[in-house]
Structures are given as C-alpha cells and as structure tokens.
Design a protein around this ligand. Structure first.
Ligand code: GDP
Ligand code: MG
Length: 452
C-alpha cells in the first residue's frame, strides 16, 4: 500500500545524523514511485516532490527532531496541504433553502451519499428534503425513497405515474423531466419549510455529453449553493479525467470522496484537490448511514502516511523542544539577556492563543487585574509587533545599538512615529531590568547578573 511504500522510503533515513542532498534525492525518488504507484496524477506528483525537496534541503536543523523525523514531518505537512489544509464547511444560503446538488458518474455513490448527508444535516438540526432527479436508472427513485426513510428525511419524487423507476412500463423520458422535478422539489421545500434541498441526479458509466447537459440543466434550474462532485476513491487515474470533465461540464464547489473503506490507493484523494482546486468536503466510507464524516485533511494525511505513532512522537518532541526553549528564555530573563527577538517570540506565542484579554480572564485569581486587562489594546500590540519586525536581527539582538538614525529608519519602515519607537525601546530596557530583578528574587535560573 501507499503507506508501506512511504514507510519504505523513510527507512533509508533512519539512524542518520545528518542528511545530505543525495539522501534527500534518494528518498524523494522513492516517494515519487510510491505516489505514482498509488495512481496520483503525474503533475501532482511532480509538484509535490519539488516542494518536499526544496523544504527538506532548506530545512533548519530542528533541535527536537532527527533528520528522518524532519522529513516525515515535511511530507506530512505537504500531504495535509495537498489535501486542502483546512476543512471547508457547507456554505448555507442566506435565504433558505440551501440547495445542494450532487453530480458524478453512475455508481460513484451519489444516492447513498444523499441519504448520509441528509442524515448528518438532520442531526445538526436542519430539515433537509431529498429530491429524486435520477429518472434514468430503473429503481433509482425507489432507492432514494428507501434511503430517505432510513435517514428519517422527506423525499420529493416525481409522481409514480410519471416515473420510469417504479417498475411501470417504460416510456420516453424527455431531457426536461429531471429539470422539472428539481425545480418542483425546491418549490416544495420552500412551501414545506425545508431549509436544505439535496438534489440527487443521474449518472452514466462514462462521461457523456447528454449527462452533462442534463446536469447543467438542473444546475441552471435550481442554482445550487453547493454542487458536490461525488467521486469513487477506488478509481485510479480516471479520477482526474472525470473530475475535469465535470468541472467543465457542470462545475462544482466541492468534492465528496466515497468508498474510502475499500482498499483505495489514495491517488484520487491526493490528485483531485490539487487538479481541480476544489476542496474535498466529505468522506464516505461504507454502506451504512453512519459511515460518513466531514473530510479532515490532517486525518487523511496521517492515514496515508500510516504513521500515526511517528507523527505523535514528532509532536511530543516538538512540545518538549518548546519547553526547552521556554527554559532558555527564563534563563535569559534572569540574567538580563532577553533580546527583542525573544520578546517578539513570546508576544507571538501568546497572541496565537487568542486575544490577550480573554486569555488573562481565564486565569484564576486574575479578577483584580480585570480593569487593567480590559485596557490591553490589541492595536497597541500590533504596533509593537510591527516595530520589532522593522528592526534588523542585530538590532533585535542588541537593542543598545538602536541610535537616532536607526530609530528614524525603523519608524518609517513600520509606519509609526519615532516617539513610538523610543517608547518601545525605553520600556523594553525598563522591563528587562525589572524582570531580571524579579527573577532573582524568585530564584529563577540565570541569577541576577545584569548585563545592562
Ligand atoms: P450512484 O449511482 O452514484 O447513485 O451510486 P449509489 O449510491 O447507488 O452507490 C453505488 C454502490 O456503491 C451501491 O452498491 C452502494 O451501496 C455502494 N456505496 C456507496 N457508497 C459507498 C461507500 O462509501 N462504501 C462502500 N463500500 N460502498 C458504497
Ligand atoms: Mg443514484
């Protein structure tokens, strides 16, 4: 499997103290083969390998990770990136109903997905309506009705007399039929207060012009808020071809991968986002209603890597490393050697955790400081950040060298006044002195030998 192959690729790196460019090239060759074997589209593989190579060769030696872990970390991050980075949620219409149209080849899993999605949305408090617009395949309407019943949601279907899917005598189906059903379905949703409409459509076994025309007709009639391209993840290289055909013929806003429970080689998942630029939004992994989830790129990446334990090890190592860094900072504080660079790091780390006021509000016993906290001005922090960013590394490292002309340059570069810069630098020296004295009293590492 792809996981095994990737693991094989990393094996050669184990136990190495340093990675040479040749090591990285060899590993990338293996990764490339593994991806091609898993049916990832060639342009995607090329781009992926290029990014891995550049990052691996340019990687700074991270204190906590050995070279093999470093490469695994990079590959994992690139996998997450190629899979879309963050989960994208459904875009709901401002004026309900939200219309979601499903498109894809026959057998890709649209009707099954329609039920799962409806079930999922119902659990979230929505009132979806399923609309049966597959009038092509015998039994398709009935299939959706059964699916809807199981999911506990209403189904809008053409009147039995007009359906070809109910076992009645076949009759000519005009192209406009499913389009009318779609339009009537949305009207029904509006009348019966359904806030979401899921339109199930017909597919063909292969890409086909008439199918595309019909899907485009339905699209024009109901103007979906989301069109989901449903893709069987078991198909190999064809995934890209089909995705492109649907992108061109119908257009879509998101992708759903189905049959992830099978021994899919992963190629479809990795190619489709990169090739179409559209996010993978949901994943279907079985025939039961519950075999369905919002698509999480990070989980998929770690599944593809098949290295859950290694990844958590890397995470732990990095946390320990952060702890080491924190201790080093404490040491610098104690000895009065704190630099503006450290200060910026700390500020960024704290700000990553959310607005300062919220953060402090969570601390027990900070009640008395509440007033002071409410004075913390995020804009002021932005300014501090901008000023420090406007300094050269040498200035950050040794703020003593920041003379008048440097102050002017920094002020101009960061869009503040010289007096803002003065204030920051003066306060920084004051704070450093004070923190160092405090650290001395509290017995923190580094003692109280001030350098300034
Ligand atoms: P449609 O033609 O696109 O509407 O596809 P269907 O929903 O009728 O699904 C085609 C077949 O695939 C059916 O036998 C489904 O039970 C099966 N199927 C759909 N989704 C999944 C899935 O996620 N996993 C598995 N194992 N089978 C699925
Ligand atoms: Mg169907």
């Amino acid at each position: 499997s792809l996981s095994d192959r990737l693991n094989g690729a990393f094996k050669g790196l184990r136990g190495k103290g340093r990675l040479t460019d040749a090591d990285i090239d060899a590993t990338c060759r293996e990764i490339r083969l593994a991806l091609l074997e898993a049916d990832v589209a060639l342009p995607v593989v090329r781009e992926f390998i290029k990014r891995i190579k550049t990052r691996a060769k340019g990687a700074e030696v991270h204190g906590a990770l050995n070279p093999a872990q470093q490469v695994v970390k990079i590959v994992n991050e690139e996998l997450v990136g190629i899979l879309g980075g963050e989960t994208r949620r459904l875009a709901l219409a401002k004026n309900p109903p939200t219309v979601i149209m499903l498109a894809g080849l026959q057998g890709s899993g649209k009707t099954t997905l329609a039920g799962k999605l409806a079930h999922y949305l119902r659990k979230q408090g929505h009132a979806p309506l399923l609309v049966a617009c597959d009038l092509q395949r015998p039994g398709a309407v009935t299939q959706l009705q059964i699916v809807g019943e199981r999911a506990g949601v209403a189904v809008f279907a053409p009147h039995p007399g007009t359906s070809v899917g109910d076992g009645s005598a076949p009759r000519e189906v005009t192209v406009s039929d499913p389009i009318n059903v779609a339009r009537d379905g949305v009207a029904e949703a509006r009348a019966k207060q359904h806030d979401i409409v899921i339109v199930d459509t017909a597919g063909r076994l292969g890409i086909d012009e008439e199918l595309m025309r019909q899907a485009a007709g339905i699209r024009d009639a109901v103007q979906p808020d989301e069109t989901l391209f449903v893709l069987d993840s078991m198909v190999g290289q064809d995934a890209v071809l089909t995705a492109n055909a649907f992108a061109e013929g119908v257009g879509f806003t998101g992708v759903v991968l189905t049959k992830l429970d099978g021994d899919a080689r992963g190629g479809a998942a990795l190619s489709v986002r990169e090739v179409t630029g559209k996010p993978i939004m949901f994943a279907s992994s079985g025939e039961k209603l519950e075999d369905f989830d919002v698509f999480h790129p990070d989980r998929m990446a770690s599944r593809i890597l098949g290295m859950g334990d290694v990844l958590s090890l890397i995470e732990q190592a990095e946390q320990v490393f952060d702890a080491e860094q924190a201790e080093a900072t404490a040491h610098k504080i104690g000895s009065g050697e704190l630099t503006l660079e450290d200060f910026l790091d700390q500020l960024m780390a704290i700000r990553k955790m959310g607005p300062i006021a919220n953060l402090m509000g969570m601390l027990p016993g900070a009640g008395g400081m509440k007033d002071a906290l409410e004075q913390v001005d995020e804009k002021h922090l932005d300014r501090i950040q901008a000023i420090i960013r406007g300094m050269t590394p040498a200035e950050r490292d040794n703020p003593k060298i920041i003379n008048a002309s440097r102050r002017l340059r920094i002020a101009n570069g960061s869009g503040v006044t010289v007096s803002d810069v003065n204030q920051l630098v003066d306060r920084f020296f004051e704070a450093r002195k004070m923190m160092s004295a405090m650290a001395g009293r509290m017995g923190l590492p580094g003692g109280n030998q001030r350098r300034s």
